[in-house]
Design a protein around this ligand. Structure first.
Ligand SMILES: *Cc1c(COP(=O)(O)O)cnc(C)c1O
Length: 434
């Protein structure tokens, strides 16, 4: 049975948007309660705020089941860079759904993956693309690639990584091991994950001394912006120097652009601002414009060549079941079309200017430690923070903003209107001031 379509009351004026009569469709959740059987992410299930039931999304808006609308300040974990439900992405995925929703990549290949790999190679100057289904897996792939690169070259002792304080690279074992071990959300696993060398960004003496260890395989960093562990920035010069120091000592350089990739810091990739090409690059999050789950690990010719051999043992042994899912690749290709057709980098520059102007007044508030902006990322760092209370207050102000650690940050869709962004920055100011 088709659910009846009715016009959404809050969108009625001048809007074509419609909503199903029952927002949950024809199969509503059991009466018992919508979250009785869900285990939610990063949540103490006993004390967390109950999640808000969402009916639909449109542009930069999340429309709740009860009719309230929230302006999304974080683009669904930094993914929906063209806004939600972009018609071009939707049409591309729909078309692909008709042709072939999925086929395995083992021994087979398809146009969406071939096209996407070529486009990513062109954008990054890295010729080989290994697809994965989430950012954490793209990082695992990068780490395995780096380890086996050295094995294949007859240097198996190179089996450690250099990573950075305040770094975050994902939630799986290898990714946790290269995330900040002390501060980290993963501290429960500190004694279990492999130990790596951890240095402060900008501490070149520590970096040099770690690079002199003979077991170092690679350096892994989130270029320009360290995201999930606190939204710390470093300059393009610092990044360039980390890269050149790494290369001087012969280690591989892995850039994790899962958060920074696809325009977020003002250029298509953050590495461009330091004029560096990493040996291995991870992308994810905004790769599909926030529509499907997809990530990729890109490798230089030199990395690929270390695996290219008559020896089957030198092959790279990894292969996610849904690797390069055609719907996800179609979504990513459509997202890249939008970067080509629409003035995204100009929009990001305009967002950057507006964030600078409108977040700056926060600096004078007594609870504020720092205000910083890079590309379409605006951060207000606080002295004291009650994350749970703030999250509830933001919903009261009709915005979707999720503070982490000691920061309130905005990472909106690049298509957000000036007025919507103004409402977000106003909500940040008023919430801190109140
Ligand atoms: C989000 C993120 C990851 C993990 O990606 P998932 O898709 O959540 O597994 C890895 N690295 C960085 C920099 C990220 O921001």
């Amino acid at each position: 049975m088709q659910p009846k379509q009715t016009r959404h009351p809050r969108l009625a004026r001048g809007s074509q948007a419609t909503i199903t009569a029952d927002a949950w469709g024809s199969r509503p959740p059991l009466e018992a309660g919508v979250t009785d059987h869900l285990w939610l992410p990063y949540s103490q299930m006993k004390t967390a705020l109950p999640p808000l039931p969402v009916a639909r999304t449109e542009g930069s808006r999340i429309i709740l089941k009860d009719g309230r609308e929230l302006i999304d300040g974080i683009a669904s974990w930094w993914t929906a860079c063209h806004g939600y439900n972009h018609p071009h992405i939707r049409a591309s995925v729909q078309k692909q759904l008709e042709i072939m929703p999925h086929v395995m990549l083992g021994g087979l290949v398809h146009e969406p993956a071939a096209t996407l790999s070529a486009r990513l190679a062109t954008l990054t100057s890295l010729p080989r693309v290994f697809f994965a289904d989430s950012g954490s897996i793209a990082v695992e792939v990068a780490l395995k690639m780096a380890l086996q690169y050295w094995q294949n070259l007859g240097r198996p002792e190179k089996n450690k990584f250099i990573c950075f304080t305040n770094g975050y690279h994902g939630d799986t074992m290898g990714a946790m091991s290269v995330s900040d071990p002390a501060q980290s959300m993963h501290k429960a696993f500190k004694s279990i994950v492999p130990k790596q060398y951890v240095v402060d960004v900008g501490d070149f003496a520590a970096l040099e001394s770690a690079l002199k260890q003979k077991d170092v395989a690679a350096v892994i960093i989130e270029p320009l912006v360290q995201g999930a562990e606190g939204m710390k920035f470093h300059s393009a010069d610092t990044l360039a120097k980390i890269y050149s120091t790494t290369k001087k000592h012969g280690a591989l350089f892995i850039a994790d652009e899962i958060a920074t990739g696809f325009g977020r810091t003002g250029t298509m990739f953050a590495c461009e601002q330091a004029a560096i090409t990493p040996d291995i690059l991870c992308v994810g999050k905004a790769l599909t414009g926030g529509t499907m789950t997809l990530a990729a690990t890109l490798a230089s010719q030199a990395v690929f060549d270390a695996f290219y051999s008559d020896d089957p043992d030198k092959a790279f042994m990894h292969g996610p079941t849904y690797m390069a899912n055609p719907l996800a690749c179609a979504s990513a290709n459509a997202s890249l079309d939008l970067f080509e057709r629409e003035p995204r980098l100009k929009q990001i520059a305009a967002i950057e200017a507006q964030l600078r102007e409108e977040l700056e007044p926060c600096r004078s508030l007594s609870n504020v430690v720092d205000v910083r902006v890079k590309g379409a990322i605006g951060v207000v760092q606080l002295k004291e923070i009650d994350v749970k209370k703030l999250r509830a207050e933001f919903v009261e102000r009709s915005v979707w903003i999720r503070p982490i650690k000691d920061v309130i940050y905005l990472m909106p869709a690049f298509t957000i209107s000036q007025e919507e962004l103004r409402q977000l920055t106003a909500a940040v100011y008023k919430t801190i001031a109140s």
